[in-house]
Structure formats: structure tokens, C-alpha cells
Design a protein around this ligand. Structure first.
Ligand code: HEM
Length: 502
């Protein structure tokens, strides 16, 4: 009897040993295959077991990639660690192909992210997981387009006036006001008037910003750090944020105002939580829109001539009997051109990140990118590259997005607009190297919403205010990374001078 038991235990141990060994051998084979395939890609050799990971930070990654592409060409590999390969693609011919074929995002499936954004976040999952979600969301966002361009202008004026009255010299910090404006536009677009009257909107905003920052920090732990007190506080904040979001959703549904939220139920898959999904949309949308609004504000305060041009467009549109909330923007091509040019020069993030989790990616020029490699497109480089945009690629020139029927744009030596005639807007997505909203299978679903919302915001702002830099504030700011978003620094102080509007 005893020997029978012993034999069973032995058999079990042998089977376990064989199982674990074959699992480890499988892993090792994958690593060898990755190394073998990566050898064929151009790029510097791995300096140590830790790769280049220790030499590169998010703030200098674009510079490093710039140097490497210059040395090795349009496709470059960098080892971030012994098993983590990054492949950067700068060659225009290959970028579109990669963005179509590399459908996955590097999954960040840690508990820290799930706490804040639900089980399957759109932004960090494989294509297989989010395909259904993306299709449903595309329809739902389409419903919101009209509302994005009709946020009551009194609200925006109210936000500006509140911010100005809180500052003794009346100047407002561009970064702070941009986030407030982006958050207000997005919230009002998704939740309607209920959001504008919601007494907890400010508290919700502060919690959202805090969690957006903390989620990245706690997710950087390989093992969920249950032993840290800060992690438990973060967990409580996530629960608070979700309960506030639930409260807002319920209130909106009771008021029957938000078709968007009803549509959420109608098309939903049972697997993910609408609450987490809306929170992740609010975080992504508010941060990216705020970065673009801040860039535009900075450009406008330093280009009073362009501001005047847009103001006259708006006055003409008004005189033609077009109300601002009905503007189709065909009468304000200069405004749209400023929005797109600002997005080109300083995209919200310096890189597009993709990945092909299951299969190697075979490109038409014969390049093979191994499955699991982190693929990046350095859009900040691509969007300021002279071979894509001409010799003035690094200059702010909104006219590149305009085609003037009988005239031209002329700038004087100080970059001020001296002459301009009637123009029409070119289709920005026809510029191959214009990628601030990505492209292909995982392209941004909020591009139209963001552009409509931001354009109507600036139409209302410029109609009511002249934007001036505060004396002594930095007029030529440099880009920097903040919360994974590329921003201009230092953020200029802006004075909003009220215009006489009839
Ligand atoms: C100026 C504002 C915005 C910018 C610059 C921006 C930029 C981006 C970028 C670069 C991507 C990744 C694209 C890729 O990998 O090809 C993305 C993805 C996405 N964005 Fe935006 N975005 C903005 C606003 C919004 C807004 C307002 C929403 C919705 C409310 C939104 C929803 C999404 C969604 C759903 C995805 C795709 C997720 C996926 O499939 O991985 N975005 N956005």
C-alpha cells in the first residue's frame, strides 16, 4: 500500500518536473528565437545583460532615436533588456504598413491599471480583446460630434473669468487653464448639461488627475505592492473615482439626456466595465486635448497676426449669419490650420506604440520584426523631418495646411504673417507624415471629436478675448514630457483681454 502511494508521489513529481522543464525550455527557445531574428535588424549591439534600458529615459528617448536613425537608417533596433526588444520605424514607406499590420498594444495588465480603468482597457490591450469595443465606441462617439461643437460659450467664458479672478495679476497659467478647458469640453460632450451643473465636477477632476499619475507609478511594480500603504490609498481613490463616475452615469440616465450613455448599454459586451472605459476615455481625452489646447494658446499669444486673421474669419462668419455652434469650420480655415499645425509640431506623445503579439511582422522591404517586440513610430521626429515637410519643417506655419485659391501666405523676417488671401483647408490626413492621432488599426477614435471641440473652443475664445502673453513670461518654450504627454515648457502666463462683442 505504502509503496503504491510512494510510486504515485514519484510519478507526480516526475510529471511536475517534466512540465516545469518543458515550460522553461519553451521560454528559453523563444528568447533564442528573438535574439536570432533581432540579429538581422540594424542597430547597436546590446551593451550588457540590461541592454540600453538604463541609458535611455523617456525624456531623452526621442534624441536617442534621432541619432540612431541617422546612423542605422529607417529601421532601428534597441535592446531595452535581455528579453525586451524595441524597434523604431522612421521610414515613411514602412510606417503606414506597420500601423496597419501591428494591431496590438503592449498589454499592461497589472492590477494597478485594472483598479482604475477596468478589466480590459482599450489603450493597453491586444486587438483581439478590443476589436468589438472599438467598433461599438466608434458609433457611440459619432453620436457626440454635434455636441462637441456646441458647448455653450458662456461656460467657456465662465471658466476663463473664474481662473482670471483667482489670480491677482489676471494672468492665467496656460497648462492649468488648458486642462480645465479640455476636461470641461469632454465632460460636457459625454455627459451633457448634467456635467456642467454637477457639484462634484471639481473634486472628480482632481481625483482623475491624481489617479492618472499614480496608475503609471503603481503599474511600474512587477508585483502588486500590497505591502505599501500608498498603494492602499491609491486603491481607495480608484474606488472613490468609480463610485463618483457611477453616480454621474446614473444621474445622466435619469435625465435621459445622454444618448451616448444609453448607447453604451445597447452595444455592450458583458466582459468590460463601462465605468472603467469612460474613466480611461476621460483620462486620455482630457490629457491629450489639454496638451493641444496649451500648444495652441502658446502659438496664438506669440503670433498676434494669426490671431487677428482668425478673429476676422469669425467676425465674417457671424456677419454671414452663422452662429458659432453651427460653424462647419469651412469659413474658418485659418483656425483649423492652426489646430493641425500645433498638433503637427508638438504631438501629444512623441511616439506611437504598437506590437504584434502572436506573429512576426513581415514588411514589404523584407524586414522581419519578431513577435512581442515593442514597435514605435517616433512621430515627433517624423512630423518635424525636412524630407517630409520641407525646409521649414520645424517652423510654425499653419499655411502648409491651406491651399489659397488666388493668393499666398507671406511671413516677414520675424515670422509674422504679412499677407494672406482667401484659402481653403487641405485634408490633413492626406499628409502621409501627419500622425498626431495615429493611423491604421489602432488609430485614435476621438480625432474628430477633439478637433471639433477644440476648434469651437478657440472660435468662442478668440471671438470674446484677445490673448496676450504676460510681460516677462517665456515666449519660446521648449517641449518636455509630463504624465507621458509632450508639453511646452515653461507654460506661458496668458492674459485674456475682453473684446467688445456686439
Ligand atoms: C487632441 C486630442 C487627442 C490626441 C492628440 C489623441 C491621440 C491619440 C493617439 C496618438 C492614439 C494612438 C493611435 C495609434 O496607436 O495609432 C490614440 C488612440 C485613441 N484615442 Fe485619442 N487622442 C485625442 C483625443 C481623444 C479623445 C477626445 C477620445 C475619446 C473621447 C480619444 C479616444 C481614443 C481611442 C478610443 C483610442 C484608441 C485605443 C486603441 O484602440 O488602442 N482620443 N489617440
Amino acid at each position: 500500500m505504502a509503496s503504491c502511494l510512494e510510486r504515485e508521489i514519484n510519478a507526480f513529481l516526475w510529471l511536475s518536473l517534466i512540465g516545469v522543464t518543458s515550460f522553461l525550455l519553451g521560454k528559453l527557445t523563444k528568447i533564442f528565437q528573438l535574439w536570432r531574428k533581432a540579429r538581422l535588424l540594424p542597430g547597436p549591439p546590446c551593451p550588457s545583460f540590461y541592454g540600453h534600458g538604463r541609458l535611455i529615459s523617456s525624456s531623452n528617448l526621442t534624441d536617442v532615436l534621432h541619432k540612431m536613425h541617422k546612423k542605422y537608417g529607417g529601421v532601428v533596433k534597441i535592446w531595452l533588456g535581455a528579453t525586451q526588444l524595441l524597434v523604431s520605424i522612421e521610414e515613411m514607406d514602412l510606417i503606414k504598413e506597420v500601423l496597419l499590420k501591428a494591431e496590438d498594444k503592449l498589454p499592461l495588465s497589472g492590477r494597478a491599471f485594472r483598479l482604475a480603468f477596468g478589466k480590459s482597457s482599450l489603450f493597453i490591450s491586444s486587438f483581439e480583446k478590443v476589436e468589438h469595443q472599438r467598433n461599438a465606441l466608434e458609433m457611440k462617439l459619432g453620436v457626440l460630434l454635434e455636441r462637441a461643437s456646441s458647448i455653450p460659450e458662456q461656460i467657456l467664458v465662465h471658466v476663463i473669468e473664474n481662473a482670471q479672478s483667482a489670480r491677482p495679476n489676471g494672468a492665467v497659467d496656460s497648462e492649468t487653464i488648458s486642462f480645465y478647458l479640455a476636461y470641461t469640453i469632454l465632460g460636457a460632450t459625454i455627459f451633457g448639461d448634467v456635467f456642467l451643473a454637477w457639484p462634484k465636477a471639481t473634486f472628480f477632476k482632481e481625483l482623475l488627475v491624481k489617479i492618472a499619475k499614480d496608475a503609471c507609478f503603481w503599474a511600474s511594480y512587477g508585483v502588486t505592492p500590497f505591502w505599501k500603504r500608498g498603494f492602499w490609498r491609491y486603491r481607495d481613490s480608484c474606488a472613490k473615482l468609480k463610485s463618483l463616475m457611477q453616480e454621474l452615469i446614473t444621474e445622466c440616465r435619469q435625465n435621459c439626456k445622454s444618448r451616448f450613455l444609453w448607447e453604451f448599454d445597447a452595444h455592450d459586451h458583458t466582459e468590460h466595465e463601462p465605468c472603467g472605459e469612460i474613466i480611461s476615455l476621460m483620462v486620455h481625452g482630457s490629457l491629450t486635448m489639454a496638451a493641444l489646447i496649451s500648444n495652441i494658446l502658446t502659438r496664438l499669444v506669440t503670433h498676434a497676426d494669426i490671431q487677428d486673421k482668425i478673429h476676422s474669419e469669425i467676425v465674417i462668419a457671424r456677419k454671414a449669419g452663422r452662429r458659432l455652434d453651427e460653424l462647419n469650420f469651412d469659413m474658418t480655415p485659418n483656425l483649423l490650420a492652426v489646430v493641425y499645425e500645433s498638433a503637427r509640431l508638438h504631438p501629444a506623445g512623441p511616439l506611437l506604440q504598437r506590437c504584434s503579439l502572436r506573429h512576426d511582422l513581415k514588411l514589404k522591404d523584407g524586414t522581419v520584426i519578431p513577435a512581442g517586440a515593442i514597435i514605435v513610430v517616433p512621430i515627433q521626429l517624423v512630423q518635424t523631418n525636412c524630407s517630409n515637410w520641407g525646409s521649414d519643417a520645424v517652423k510654425f506655419n499653419p499655411c502648409r495646411f491651406l491651399s489659397s485659391t488666388d493668393g499666398r501666405c507671406l511671413f516677414d523676417q520675424k515670422d509674422h504673417l504679412t499677407e494672406h488671401t482667401s484659402s481653403v483647408m487641405k485634408e490633413p490626413n492626406e499628409f502621409e507624415a501627419f500622425l498626431p492621432f495615429g493611423s491604421g488599426t489602432r488609430a485614435c477614435l476621438g480625432q474628430e471629436l477633439a478637433v471639433f471641440g477644440i476648434s469651437s473652443l478657440f472660435a468662442a475664445l478668440i471671438e470674446h478675448y484677445e490673448l496676450r502673453p504676460q510681460q516677462g513670461s517665456e515666449s519660446n518654450p521648449k517641449p518636455k514630457m509630463n504624465n507621458c504627454i509632450l508639453q511646452l515648457l515653461p507654460s506661458p502666463q496668458i492674459v485674456f483681454v475682453k473684446r467688445n462683442v456686439d
